[in-house]
Design a protein around this ligand. Structure first.
Ligand SMILES: [Zn+2]
Length: 85
């Protein structure tokens, strides 16, 4: 699973991509479709790609991290607990 940003100029929103090598399922191979606006991006022709919109919280977190603004949620040990090996 990975998250990418839509290349659509009026969209640009992040979404999740799940890649499958089984090209017998119902999605056209090699096409990555934005779940927000429908912009299609080319992927590997020998794979199929299922896309999903992120939750609002996930999208907010992705936007924040992509701007280099906030990574506070990535440091759970900062709340006073000693680091565990
Ligand atoms: Zn889009």
């Amino acid at each position: 699973m990975k998250v990418t940003s839509c290349v659509g100029p009026s969209c640009g929103r992040p979404y999740q991509i799940n890649r499958f090598s089984d090209t017998t399922i119902w999605v056209e191979p090699g096409k990555i479709t934005c779940p927000h606006c429908g912009t299609v991006t080319e992927g590997e022709a020998n794979a199929v790609f299922m896309t999903h919109a992120l939750s609002a919280a996930e999208e907010a977190g992705f936007s924040a991290s992509s701007e280099g603004a906030g990574s506070a949620e990535d440091t759970p040990a900062a709340a006073g607990e000693p680091p565990q090996e």
